[in-house]
Write a protein that binds this ligand. Sequence first.
Ligand SMILES: O=C(O)CCC(=O)c1ccccc1C(=O)O
Ligand SMILES: [Mg+2]
Length: 375
Amino acid sequence: MNIQSVELKRLALPLKSAFETSLDRMTSKDFILVSVYDKDGLVGYGESTALASPYYNEETTDTVWYMLEKFLIPLLFDSDIQHPDDVLKRFAPIRGNNMAKATLEGAVWDLYCKEKGVSLASRLGGQKDMIDVGVSIGIEPTVDLLLGKVDQYLNEGYKKIKVKIKPGFDVSPIRAIRDRFGSDVPLMADANSAYTLKKLPIIKELDQFGLMMIEQPLAHDDMIDHAKLQREIQTPICLDESIHSAEDARKAIELGSCQIINIKIGRVGGISEAKKIHDICKKKNIPVWCGGMLESGVGRAHNIALTTLPNFTIPGDTSASNRYWEEDIVSPEVTLWKPGILKVPEGPGIGYEIKQDTVNKYLTHKKVYRNERVK
Ligand SMILES: O=C(O)CCC(=O)c1ccccc1C(=O)O
Ligand SMILES: [Mg+2]
C-alpha cells in the first residue's frame, strides 16, 4: 500500500452533557485522531477509543499514544501491507493494547478503501444502506432527569434505549421507565461489571422487566460466573468487557456465558477481528450489535460501516453526532436520516470528510512520523 507517513493529533472534544457509568464520569472525550498517508497523497483516518482513565479497560489515551509511537507505527512502516488484514497479523506478537492497534488498523482500512475507490461498508461485505440505531444513556442524578432523557430519545425515534445501572441505581430507574413508557419500549441495562453473584436477588428483580438484555453485569474478566448467572435468569446476557477476540467469543458461546455480544472495534483490536467475531456469532446464531466509546465522527463512521454486516440485527449505540457534541469533526455530521435510522455513506472509505478547522480548534498535541523505507 506504500504508506509514507502517519500523523497523530490529540484532541479534547467537550461532551454536551456529562456521561456517567458505574465506572467513571466523563465530561469530554480525549482521543487521538490518526491520519495515514500513501505516496499518492491519499489519507485514511482512524480514532482511538480508549478513555482518558483506565476504568473501562487497562488502556488510556496516553498508553495508546505511547504504543503507537514506540511499537505500532514502526511495525507498520517495517512491513509491506497488501491488505488491511495484514496489519493485525503484524501486530499479533504485541499482547493486549487492542485499542491502540485498532486506531492504526482502522485508518489503514479507510486508506485501502479510498485507494480502491470503494466504501468501507461495501468492502467489508455489508449489504445495508441504512442501519437502525439506539442510544446509551448515562447514570443521571435523579430518576426524573433520566425519564426526561428517555422521553427525548424515544421522540427522536431511537430503536433501543440503553440505560446505565449500578448498585443503588438499578431496579428503581428501570421500573420508572417501564411505568412511564410501557412494556413495549426496547429497553436494556448496562452494568459495566458493577455486580457479583452475591447480588443475584437484585439481578432477579431486574429479570422481571422484560429487558432486551443485561450487558456485562459481572466482572470485566469473567465468563464462568456469567454462565452461572445466565442459567438463573430469562433476560439474555450480553457481554461487552469480557470479549477481546474471536477466540473469546467462541469460548463465551461454548460456555453459555451470553446470548448476545456487543462488538466494539477498539476493544477487540480492530475491524478485521470485529468481522471475525461477527462471523463466528452468525454461525452460532448469536446476534451482535455495535457498541460505542463516545467516538467522534471518525470512529462513528467505522462503526456505521461495520454495522452493515448481516448479523448486526440489534440496534447499536451509534447515535447521531448531536447526541454527544455541539460540533463534530466530520462533514456531514452524523444525523438521523429517519427516526432511529442512519444512512450509510456511499463515498470511498469511511465516506465522511474531516473538518480541519474544527480539529484544530480542539487540538492539544500533534506529531508526524515518516516512513524512511519509502522514498
Ligand atoms: O454512545 C456510546 O458511544 C456508548 C456509550 C457507552 O455505553 C459506553 C461509553 C464509555 C464506556 C463504556 C461504554 C459501554 O458500552 O459500556
Ligand atoms: Mg457496555
